[in-house]
Design a protein. Structure first.
Length: 174
């Protein structure tokens, strides 16, 4: 898909669509990150959604480059993401087993961690409240077995750790 987008770019093709999602996906695939950013705040939500796809690295780079314009949409997305995943009920599965709902849960969890890391790299103090909240309250579980293992070993929660690292990055920017 990336090769096709790059070929279209060589010919000067521009997506003729009113869909910001389609345009953003094309610009990412054709290495035109500046055009994603030029779209401004309306581009942020599609870029955040792309953190759950194979374009996550490109979307992450674009959001980071967008800087302050991405902070509020990222904070809002983190809160929505936490609300969505908080209703997930861990299944009693043998270790290594997987369900489609667990894959959805992992995609949400990974994208939340990516959002937290992006906020840290942007370094805007407007993210401090959201990151502080995540650092104290976020938890994830994939199944009851893993939850019990983490609780028994009193291990850290990866997204909490990422939030603490992000807060440290922000404080070093200030």
């Amino acid at each position: 898909m990336k090769n096709a987008a790059l070929e279209h770019k060589k010919t000067g093709w521009i997506p003729e669509t009113d869909s910001i999602e389609v345009s953003i996906r094309y610009y990412l695939l054709s290495d035109q990150i500046d055009k994603c950013i030029a779209a401004g705040v309306p581009a942020m939500e599609p870029l955040i959604t792309l953190l759950k796809t194979s374009l996550r690295t490109d979307a992450s780079g674009a959001l980071e480059k967008a800087g302050a314009a991405a902070v509020e949409p990222l904070c809002d997305a983190i809160h929505k993401n936490v609300q969505a995943t908080s209703v997930f009920i861990p299944a009693k599965l043998p270790q290594g087993a997987s369900l489609a709902s667990e894959q959805w849960y992992w995609n949400e969890t990974w994208s939340r961690e990516a959002m937290v890391r992006i906020l840290g790299r942007i370094g805007d103090v407007k993210a401090v409240d959201t990151l502080t909240w995540i650092a104290h309250h976020d938890r994830y579980v994939v199944n009851k077995l893993e939850y019990e293992e983490i609780a028994a070993k009193d291990l850290e929660w990866p997204i909490r750790e990422s939030a603490l690292e992000a807060l440290q990055l922000i404080s070093s920017h200030s």
